[in-house]
Write a protein that binds this ligand. Structure first.
Ligand code: PLP
Length: 410
């Protein structure tokens, strides 16, 4: 029976598109919440005639409902849902063969960095790190097969120029993969700027409740989608049915969560930027952010995460220890607020030489803002920042680093 909510004339508004799930494939009962097909295998009519599903690693109706929903929101031809964000990045890199060149922007999640080191060492991939935000795009030279950028970059929240990078990739025949974990499709859809695929650690904003690890990759072309779907099956990295259902449930509230959380994050960023005891604040809603205009032209909001520097690593450590309403935790994008020190936590695996090249400040504190009252969060930050032993004023920012990332030339 056709679902009238999906075929009722006018193009639906953004909230409507996010709220509407297509029915689970073949479900006769029109369940309002998609059924969880918690099964590994599907009985076949005969040994010769296979049905739509045979084995859950290759396909499962709950996972397929999720994949179709994500693909629709991204404007993609298809999506594969995988066991984690890292599994998604791994799948994209499996498109390369030894000797191929991969160019990645410098500012990357630490786990991605670790994976790229393995690729260089064990799989013979030529991995090049370049500054694709402040530098020119000369590093994207002919012969490059894959370009990987985060949008926004983690944890300094810089905004690569997606249109320019996509155009350059097209000119040299490279694939562009954008990790848009910090944005979600609610705020940014990189395929509309010419990326070949967009991936997410769905563990973050898409799930939003910190109860599942998952990754998704949505592709602009049938060919790329088919290759990634082949890898999902061949390498056994597909998302399990129950996790697919949890992710679908989280995604139904994505828009209201992100809108509310980023409104609070924007207030908190502005409040931090006014404080004399804070040295630099990184969030693209701030007029001091180097990419504020570019970001506004390619996204619908700054996101829910704010990073700031204090001028002193020990002071940052002490501030994070004193926070009471923020859980000290890696990850971000959940309904509850978290604080972390990237250099000691999520990015600890970045080798010191690369950290220096990236100009990643050791005193950086990363806050993910949840659904709590922003006044409560600011009161908590104020008490942590104003603790008696911490009143010393911060050391001045090095030249060119006030509120921005110093350009790094390769
Ligand atoms: N991409 C970004 C930008 C991330 O921040 C993370 C994790 O923090 C990942 C990918 C990896 O995702 P997962 O932890 O789901 O494997």
């Amino acid at each position: 029976m056709p679902d009238q909510r999906h075929s009722s004339g006018a193009e639906p508004g953004k909230h409507t598109r996010y709220a509407l799930l297509e029915g689970s494939p073949g479900d006769p009962w029109r369940a309002s919440s998609p059924p969880i097909y918690q099964t590994a295998t599907f009985e076949q009519e005969s040994p010769e005639g296979f049905g739509r599903y045979d084995y859950a690693r290759s396909g499962n109706p709950t996972r397929e409902t999720l994949e179709r929903h994500v693909a629709r929101l991204e404007g993609a031809v298809g999506c594969v849902a995988l066991a984690s964000g890292v599994a998604a990045i791994t799948a994209v890199t499996r498109l390369l063969v030894p000797g191929d060149r991969l160019v990645a922007h410098l500012d990357l999640y630490g786990g991605t960095q670790r994976l790229l080191s393995c690729l260089a060492g064990e799989r013979g991939i030529d991995v090049v790190h370049a500054d694709l935000v402040d530098g020119d795009l000369d590093a994207l030279s002919p012969g490059t097969r894959l370009v990987l950028v985060e949008s926004l970059t983690n944890p300094l929240w810089r905004a690569p120029d997606l249109r320019a990078i996509a155009a350059r990739c097209r000119a040299i025949g490279a694939l562009l993969a954008v990790d848009a974990t910090a944005m979600s499709p609610w705020l940014q859809r990189p395929l509309s700027f010419g990326a070949d695929c967009v991936l997410h650690s769905a563990t973050k904003l898409l799930s939003g409740h910190g109860d599942v690890t998952a990754g998704v990759i949505s592709s602009a072309s049938e060919d790329l989608h088919r290759r990634l779907a082949f890898l999902q099956n061949a390498e056994g990295s597909g998302l399990a049915p129950f996790d697919s259902w949890l992710l679908l449930r989280g995604m139904r509230t994505l828009g209201v969560r992100v809108d509310r959380q980023q409104e609070s994050a924007t207030r908190i960023a502005a409040w931090l930027a006014r404080r004399p005891d804070v040295r630099a604040v990184h969030q693209p809603s701030l007029p001091s952010h180097p990419d504020v205009l570019r970001h506004a032209a390619q996204a619908e909001g700054p996101g829910v995460v704010v990073s700031f520097e204090t001028g002193d690593e020990e002071r940052s450590l002490e501030i994070v220890r004193r926070l009471q309403r923020f859980a000290i935790a890696v990850s971000f994008g959940s309904v509850d607020s978290t604080a972390s020190l990237p250099c000691r936590m999520s990015h600890a695996s970045v080798p010191p030489e690369l950290r220096a090249l990236r100009a990643l400040p050791g005193d950086l504190i990363r806050l993910s803002i949840g659904l709590e009252d922003p006044a409560d969060l600011m009161a908590d930050l104020a008490q942590a920042l104003a603790a008696p032993s911490l009143r010393a004023s911060p050391s001045p920012a090095p030249e060119g680093r006030r509120g921005r990332w110093t350009p790094v030339s390769m």
